[in-house]
Write a protein that binds this ligand. Structure first.
Ligand code: PMP
Ligand code: GLU
Length: 394
């Protein structure tokens, strides 16, 4: 018989649950109880998946496309992904360099497990997306945080990167546009970072999941496109969750050097096998849709960004940098007190769900997702402003 206390695998035992998922679930639960919650926690578009994409999935079911596919995804889907990379990112990937997984989260997880090992370091710019450090811990590697601040628009610099490289450094995780800050690296900034990576032989995961959601430019630079040497060190991650409002379908993908992707393939063979066949058909449809299907949603996100930032402009106690991409506003609330407590109180007192910056390695901040209607943004910001008024005069 198992003796107590239960001994958990030492890597899993250190993992912290996902606060983004937990708070989103809590907000949904309160809503289902009839409480009028404004949900600024959810990191997912609120739009329905476009009808043509849903229709493709229904056709897949009706046509009996309901069996295992190759573990890495169907050849048709990988060809469509290769075409997307070429069209949008000037990147040449062959289908054999591409692995489709159960969401970009799964893609990133796989790559970290394949590349990062005990005794090796992974460089992680902070603020970071909640799941990165946990994935690194699960691989048994060490996390080396590169802190950033509003001063550098929450972006690392090449010299900061250089100074933090040791003989154990294996991998850098880049996310542009960023969750949670919404910051976008320029081509020039990426070139300087790429130079350091090439010089030191550092692999890079370029998480480009918010690529299609940028608001002030149509220039997006994919890290791997910066040259042959960078290409050979980069694994590019993207997916359909955010661009096509398909979070529940669970399709993400990664492309990189064939040898690395071969190990990702093996890992996936023995864990999930292929992502759902039906979702793959939906993703294929999405990638073959005209760009207009994305543009409409992006334009609406831009209007929401402008609305939420103008509301916060009227609250002098908090500051922010206008997000250039993604759908998050990252606010400095340090003048008001401890961010975890503020996030909790805003939910308890005025039923507005936000995520404390602590989960992103940035205490003193809160993250607000503006992937909700303009009407809810108006209501939520009104409640927050009132809450702050009451609490900052006490
Ligand atoms: N990367 C970042 C930065 C994200 O915010 C998300 C959203 N959860 C993901 C990856 C994963 O997206 P998904 O698994 O839904 O494709
Ligand atoms: N990426 C989203 C977020 O940060 C969804 C939740 C998650 O997967 O963490 O809120």
């Amino acid at each position: 018989m198992q003796t107590l206390p239960l001994k958990i695998n030492s890597r899993v035992a250190t993992v912290v649950g996902s606060s983004t998922l937990a708070i989103t679930a809590k907000a949904k639960e309160l809503k289902s109880k009839g409480i009028d919650v404004v949900n600024f926690a959810a990191g997912e578009p609120d739009f329905d998946t476009p009808p043509a994409i849903k229709a493709a999935a229904i056709r897949a079911i009706e046509n009996g496309f309901t069996k295992y596919t190759p573990s890495t995804g169907t050849v048709e889907l990988r060809k469509a992904i290769a075409a997307k990379f070429k069209r949008d990112n000037q990147l040449e990937y062959s289908p054999s360099q591409i692995v489709v997984s159960c969401g970009a989260k799964h893609s990133i997880y796989n790559i970290i497990q394949v590349l990062a090992d005990e005794g090796e370091e992974v460089l992680l710019p902070s603020p970071y997306w909640v799941s990165y450090p946990e994935m690194v811990k699960l691989a048994g590697a060490t996390i080396n945080i590169l802190p950033t601040s509003a001063k550098t628009h929450f972006k690392i610099t090449a010299s900061q990167l250089s100074k933090n490289i040791t003989d154990k450094t294996k991998l850098l995780i880049l996310n542009s546009p960023s969750n949670p800050t919404g910051m976008l690296y320029s081509k020039n900034e990426l070139e300087l970072i790429a130079e350091v990576c090439v010089k030191n032989g550092i692999f890079v995961i370029s998480d480009e999941i918010y690529e299609k959601l940028i608001y002030d430019t149509d220039q997006y630079t994919s890290f791997a496109s910066l040259g042959k040497e960078v290409y050979d060190l980069t694994i590019t991650v993207n997916g359909v969750s955010k661009a096509y409002s398909m979070t529940g379908w669970r399709i993400g993908y990664a492309a990189g050097p064939e040898e690395i992707m071969g190990y990702v393939n093996k890992l996936q063979d023995h864990s999930t096998s292929n992502p759902a066949s039906i979702s793959q058909m939906a993703a294929l449809q999405a990638l073959n849709e005209p760009e207009e299907i994305i543009i409409e949603m992006r334009e609406e996100f831009k209007r929401r960004r402008d609305l939420i930032t103008s509301a916060f402009d009227r609250i002098p106690e908090v500051s922010y940098i206008k997000p250039e991409g993604a759908f998050y506003l990252f606010c400095d609330v340090s003048k008001l007190g401890v961010s975890e407590r503020i996030a909790k109180q805003i939910l308890d007192d005025v039923n507005v769900a936000v995520i404390s910056g602590d989960s992103f390695g940035a205490p003193g901040f809160i993250r607000l997702s503006f992937a909700t209607s303009r009407e809810r943004i108006q209501e939520g910001t009104r409640r927050i402003a009132e809450w702050i008024k009451q609490h900052s005069t006490k």
